[in-house]
Design a protein around this ligand. Sequence first.
Ligand code: IPM
Ligand code: MG
Length: 357
Amino acid sequence: MKKTVAVLAGDGIGPEVVAEAVKVLEAVARKRGHEFAFDERLVGGASYDAFGDCLTDDALAAAKGADAVLLGAVGGPKWDSLPAAARPERRALLTLRKELGLFANLRPAKVWDPLKGASPLRAEIVDAGIDILVVRELTGGVYFGAHERGPDGASACDTMPYSACEVERIARVAFAAARRRRGAVTCVDKANVLETSKLWREVVGRLRDAEFADVALDFMYVDNAAMQLVRAPSRFDVILTENMFGDILSDEAAQLTGSIGMLPSASLRGDGFGMYEPIHGSAPDIAGRGIANPMATILSAAMMLRHSFGLPAEADAIESAVLGALRDGATTPDLGGYSSTSAVGDAVCARIAASGA
Ligand code: IPM
Ligand code: MG
């Protein structure tokens, strides 16, 4: 199979972790006879420094023209003083999500067996099982509603718009994912206060009755969900939620698994195209030291193979290689190990090269 991947490494630890994921994709290509071409572009603060814009037309066109996008991370203190709309987060990340139509954000949070001890939760809670898929709506809600400051500067307003169509298409993704997992969706909202949440409940409930009667559905307020995630995470299979709640709960779910350095994500638009990135940020405090955990980005590459390229066996091979590296203690300091970023990438590549078939 021949595919082109737009590589947007970004800022901070982005280039370090992306280099390892590219290495792993190359190892998979060698092993399985595929051809992956990598089309690299600057994005985020790095692009601002070079071109005065965190997302150039050229980078956006490269992303649009590729079969999938691999993204590192954007942002850092150096660009924090830019006007809000020009900052890496809004100008690069949010524009990419919107322009590419990536409405469905999948963030799987599971505890890898060798990392059970790394979870901050008590052993009996972890042993009950933590394997959650957060399905976050990614191109609507308060992130993309109007952001306004009153004329006197002393008042401000952010709006959270949602249409029934936007809710229905993300709900469909969540129900379909639940069918391939343990068959249960929890829709997280704030329906005791927000009108958008009431709309979500109506649309999600209707879709479930009409098309997914085999999937269990319950509704939970977001404050309660934040609590249940630490009290009884095993009760969750798929969490379906709007953009900002999903942002917050996915960081919480990530930490339950021991390290945010292990969590991949896929941002999809429904036709197979997607952007893949670790859910951690650019971590400027550890950038350039060769100690960043590349596993979240490597696992994001596995998600790319599964969701965009239809290569589940290759995706499995990467995930098994990651598990093998974890078992053998080939880990970075966030997981208590002593390996460098590139040594972890090499450990995963070696296991792919040595794997059967
Ligand atoms: C994430 C990040 C982004 C978000 C930021 C960097 C804008 O936190 O992908 O979770 O809030 O979506
Ligand atoms: Mg976030």
